[in-house]
Design a protein around this ligand. Structure first.
Ligand code: HEM
Length: 506
């Protein structure tokens, strides 16, 4: 009798599950506020479709979205909740400066950083966190701290001098990442992590960034995985994945510094007068800010912000430099024009570049913007939610509270805005700065990148210095294998077979 009762309970549970699933799919297909939008019915029924293309294939969902746009038009539904639009003209409406814009919890959940500006779902929480960071990364602050960047560029040059004149190539994806991580840690934490001192340019660090990007494909679907990893002892994580062990080391390093700041035991570093006028670190900026409530000042909150700034500041800027270096060395006409401009502006090839001098050069400016365009910034779609206002696109009304995504990998190739979009053409930006309206690498609006000024300063100064000082050649590097974006790991990634962007210095 008891067996029959248990059997009945199991059967009931199975039938209830089946009915619930059928009901949910029918709701999503016919009744949900986004059901009227065109797109794949299977993708609209379940998030498992996206999961398959994101995690199992992996990193292929973005390319599927491109295929769907070709089939269904500029506005489509890509999963049970989200709309995707492929139209640069609509970007500023979605990524608005003045409107209220939330992020989608499904998006932020994949990073495990809910206590940061980046990870804030609600508009108001984001505003509160962001205003504390803004002064440190304003244009004026970056200009004032240019000497910090220049000092680290000189260190980079000394490392290059070690191989100059030999046939030993440097993998510039690694080299630049060490450089940008040293800059952002010196700039934001007032302590450089000195990755440029590493003899082999710290490949494990790069590996860690790559595998955390890959992990987001799983944590997007299963955000609770972060909780599981936190319960594992450190030695287990380090044993299973040595590169993830670096994340733990980074957390420890950051948290120790925060604790010292909280207890006012941080050794006072040798900082210049200019820096004295700014919060000494991002942690001081948050800790001493009266507008940030005390519950936002825990080690966890401050630590997550530290990790975000270092992760975002190091990898993206380093990859932008590497990709731009590739395009320059692969386009002799552009390389020649740049070198001529640099030589005229800086007769002494060992001279030190003022930021204003580098930024004032029209061709270098075209190179930087074109590099940012073809690097894309983020290869995944970014999305925003207008929580209370429906948005209009052509004849469509997108209901309030719907996540709306757009993808740079598609937008930066719109032929009406960027003709011959696959070619590296710095000239397209000459006398055409309004075109920057359509450069989305840093996103736009109230939640765009906070590090734009720092990233651009690093890129301008590094390209000016290196291309004025050194003769360089690509070494066994091809566009198809080493540059073209084949996998979307949130950040753009080349094929698995890639050997890096390698350069020999003459
Ligand atoms: C070429 C280099 C860079 C690119 C392409 C880039 C791109 C982006 C993009 C697209 C976003 C918006 C993400 C979203 O909507 O969810 C973002 C946000 C952010 N970036 Fe960058 N970034 C770069 C450099 C930096 C640097 C140097 C820093 C260091 C300060 C930085 C720190 C941040 C932070 C903290 C956020 C979150 C901002 C917020 O939500 O208010 N980034 N970045």
């Amino acid at each position: 009798m008891a067996i029959f009762t248990s059997l009945n309970t199991v059967l009931f549970a199975i039938f209830a599950f089946i009915f619930y699933t059928i009901g949910l799919v029918l709701y999503r297909l016919f009744l949900s506020p986004t059901s009227k939008f065109p797109g794949s019915k299977l993708a609209a029924s379940t998030l498992w479709y996206e999961f398959y293309y994101e995690a199992i294939l992996p990193g292929q969902f973005t390319f599927k979205i491109r295929e769907w746009h070709e089939k269904y038009g500029p506005i489509i539904r890509i999963n049970p909740y989200e709309i995707h639009v492929d139209d640069p003209g609509f970007y500023h409406t979605v990524f608005s400066n003045s409107g209220i814009r939330d992020k989608h919890a499904f998006y932020t959940g994949q990073f495990g950083n809910p206590n940061t500006a980046f990870g804030a779902v609600s508009h108001d929480t984001h505003r509160m966190r962001r205003q504390a960071l803004n002064p440190l990364f304003s244009k004026a602050s970056v200009v004032r701290l240019t000497p910090v960047i220049s000092t680290i560029i000189e260190k980079l040059c000394r490392r290059i001098d070690e191989v100059k004149g030999t046939d030993r190539p440097l993998n510039m994806r690694l080299v630049y990442m060490c450089f940008t991580t040293d800059v952002v840690t010196r700039y934001a934490l007032n302590r450089s992590w000195d990755l440029l001192d590493s003899a082999d340019f710290s490949p494990l660090w790069k590996e860690m960034v790559r595998s955390t990007g890959e992990m987001t494909k799983w944590t997007k679907q299963f955000p609770w995985l972060f909780g599981v990893v936190k319960t594992l002892p450190e030695w287990v994580i380090k044993g299973l994945k040595p590169d993830l062990g670096l994340v733990l080391d980074m957390q420890t390093k950051i948290n120790t510094q925060i604790l010292q700041i909280m207890q006012e035991k941080e050794p006072k570093p040798a900082i210049s007068d200019e820096q004295e006028q700014l919060p000494r670190t991002i942690f001081h900026a948050l800790w001493n800010n009266p507008n940030i409530p005390s519950e936002e000042k825990s080690i966890d909150h401050l630590g997550q912000t530290g990790q975000d700034v270092i992760g975002a500041g190091g990898e993206s800027t380093g990859a932008a430099l590497a990709v731009t270096t590739f395009y320059l060395l692969n386009t002799p006409r552009a390389l020649k024009k740049l070198k001529t401009e640099l030589e005229e502006a800086m007769p002494d090839k060992y001279g030190q570049w003022a930021l204003s001098l580098a930024e004032g050069l029209p061709y270098l400016t075209g190179v930087v913007l074109e590099g940012l365009r073809l690097f894309y910034g983020v290869s995944s779609r970014l999305s925003r939610i207008a929580p209370t206002t429906p948005l209009k696109y052509q004849n469509w009304e997108i209901p309030a509270n719907t996540p709306i995504g757009l993808t740079n990998l598609l937008l930066h190739h719109h032929p009406s805005i960027f003709p011959d979009s696959h070619s590296f053409l710095p000239e397209r930006w000459l006398d055409n700065r309004p075109l920057e309206h359509y450069l989305f690498s840093f996103s736009k609006g109230s939640r765009q990148c906070v590090g734009i000024n720092l990233a651009k300063a690093e890129i301008f100064l590094t390209l000016a210095t290196l291309f004025r000082r050194f003769e360089m050649e690509l070494f066994d590097t091809t566009f198809e294998r080493d540059v073209d974006v084949r996998r979307d790991m949130f950040l753009p990634q080349p094929s698995r077979e890639s050997r890096g962007i390698r350069v020999v210095f003459r």
